[in-house]
Write a protein that binds this ligand. Structure first.
Ligand code: MN
Length: 233
């Protein structure tokens, strides 16, 4: 007997996978805060602290298809919308208390993502010691490109990571500069939550975060993965 619902349940959020017809169904979106030293410094911190996490709702995903420019609206309430280019890890096998040395077995693939941030609202919440949700977890705050399966992603832990806005460099660094690398992040994260297949981890952004305005086009990438193009409509 099939269940019935009071209203139509929301569609499953999913991300395309390069070279596969099956899509990656999204369970949760975890994000790592201040995970590149120079970005931590630009935000007023020392750059050395244990990893910490926040979440975005799964339906904050906006898929930027390969070779196309996706569109996101300029969000409500903010006057300071920032881009954060990030390597995203897609979890294919869940678990808790995963050791860093075993983390690779849990990784389905990788993608390029944008942790879009209403920076003024986040800063207000920080000052008041309140949750960051309104600054970070707003609607359509998590653009993402197609997932590349791990076997095809090459030397992702030493890949260049970059974003240009209207053709000009804004952020350019290397995944090797992560304070907590992908395996370590999975170890710490999986001690706090049981990871599930379908979880995405936005691993943090390097220095150079800055504002975008209506009409700007962001093109970002991690070498070895499909780059993304997203316009602020
Ligand atoms: Mn971020």
């Amino acid at each position: 007997m099939s269940e019935s619902f009071a209203f139509a349940p929301p569609a499953v959020v999913s991300v395309p996978v390069l070279g596969h017809t099956e899509r990656f169904p999204v369970h949760r979106i975890y994000c790592v805060g201040r995970n590149y030293e120079e970005h931590a410094k630009e935000m007023g911190f020392t750059g050395r602290e244990p990893p910490f996490f926040f979440l975005k709702p799964a339906d904050a995903i906006v898929v930027a298809e390969a070779g196309q420019t996706a569109s996101i609206p300029y969000p409500s309430l903010t006057k300071n919308l920032h881009h954060e280019i990030e390597l995203v890890v897609a979890i294919g096998k869940g678990g808790r208390n995963i050791r860093a040395q075993d983390a690779a077995q849990h990784i389905y693939g990788y993608a390029v993502g944008l942790d879009m941030t209403r920076r003024d609202l986040q800063s207000d919440m920080k000052k008041q010691g309140r949750p960051w949700c309104i600054g970070k977890a707003y609607d359509q705050s998590a653009p993402i490109g197609p997932i590349t399966v791990a076997a095809d992603a090459g030397a992702i832990n030493e890949a260049g990571i970059w974003i240009q806005v209207n053709g000009t460099d804004r952020q350019r660094s290397n995944v090797a500069k992560l304070i907590w690398n992908v395996a370590e992040t999975i170890e710490v994260l999986s001690a706090a939550w049981e990871l599930q297949a379908g979880d995405l981890i936005y691993t943090g952004t390097p220095e150079g975060v800055a504002a975008v305005v209506q009409g700007d086009t962001m093109v970002g990438g991690v070498d070895g993965l499909t780059s993304i193009s997203v316009q602020v409509a």
